[in-house]
Design a protein around this ligand. Structure first.
Ligand code: LER
Ligand code: MN
Length: 270
């Protein structure tokens, strides 16, 4: 199992040179704590020079395991489940950019908040149908680019459908693409799953999982709340999971503290 941490680069707002020096500084910092990678949460990946990012990440012997796409909905309002066909099309166009970018960095692409939320102009049924239809098109793009999309069940306070692992697995089976896998986030797992049954269910679905986000039940660093990370990670270890676990928390008191404390905590419990 390999360890990474999520960060943005602010590529839409700051000068190119600043983006690369920021990226390089983060890599230097986390390599000290033995991280294997950095997951990038981006708004406009096409603004970045992939060769420069590759050069920097390789110089630290690290990887970029996944690209986060949620800001497409948060900043632009484009989403896979939107009732407006134009806005759905825009979200697929944005995903096309993320997928080409991911292909060059050998990264996966996260399908999380980019699914959007529905308003009184839509319904749960319509939203789910729109997500399914959009996702099928995204899977074709992913297949053509040899990129894996990772679908993330997200809690009901942040998103309106596919909140649980079981619902998401059903969707993955319906779509049936080899390039569509599951992303499990411990924060959402804690909020949505049955606290007793989950521990027998996770081993059953572990082979569908291609990426993991780690946050405690408060969305703070693992070990600061009461989520059982030892039990959770042992399940994936036993299942032979050898992809990344990626720290995705509120970065308080600071990114550096969270990166350092989490790496230490995980090295002790694993
Ligand atoms: C949001 O809560 C989250 O977990 C992100 O990974 C969604 O894209
Ligand atoms: Mn997540």
């Amino acid at each position: 199992m390999k360890l990474s941490i999520v960060s943005g680069l602010n590529e839409s707002n700051i000068k190119q040179e600043e983006v690369y020096s920021k990226f390089s500084n983060i890599c230097e910092l986390i390599s000290e704590f033995n991280y294997d990678g950095i997951e990038l949460s981006l708004l406009e990946p096409e603004k970045l020079d992939v060769n420069k990012l590759n050069e920097i990440i390789q110089s630290f012997d690290m990887a970029i395991p996944a690209i986060g796409t949620g800001s497409t909905f948060i900043r632009f309002g484009f989403s896979l489940g939107h009732h407006d066909e134009y806005l759905r099309k825009k979200s697929i166009e944005r995903l096309d950019k993320y997928i080409s970018f991911a292909n060059e960095l050998n990264s996966k692409v996260v399908i999380g908040l980019i699914r959007g939320r529905y308003s009184n102009l839509s319904s749960l049924k319509r939203e789910k149908l729109n997500i399914k239809t959009s996702l099928k098109l995204c899977c074709q793009i992913a297949e053509n680019n040899d990129v894996i999309l990772v679908f993330e069940p997200i809690n009901r306070f942040e998103i309106d459908s596919y909140n649980t692992i079981a619902e998401s697995i059903d969707l993955l089976e319906e779509i049936g693409s080899d390039n569509l896998r599951l992303l499990i986030d411990t924060f959402h797992t804690h909020l949505e799953e049955d606290p007793v049954l989950i521990w027998d269910y996770l081993p059953e679905i572990a082979s569908s999982v291609a990426h993991i986000h780690l946050a405690d039940c408060t969305r703070r660093a693992p070990g600061t709340g009461h989520f059982d990370f030892r039990e959770f990670l042992n399940i994936f270890k036993d299942a032979g999971y050898n992809e990344y676990v990626s720290v995705e928390t509120i970065m308080k008191p600071s990114f550096e503290e969270v990166a350092k404390e989490t790496a230490h905590y995980l090295s002790v419990i694993l």
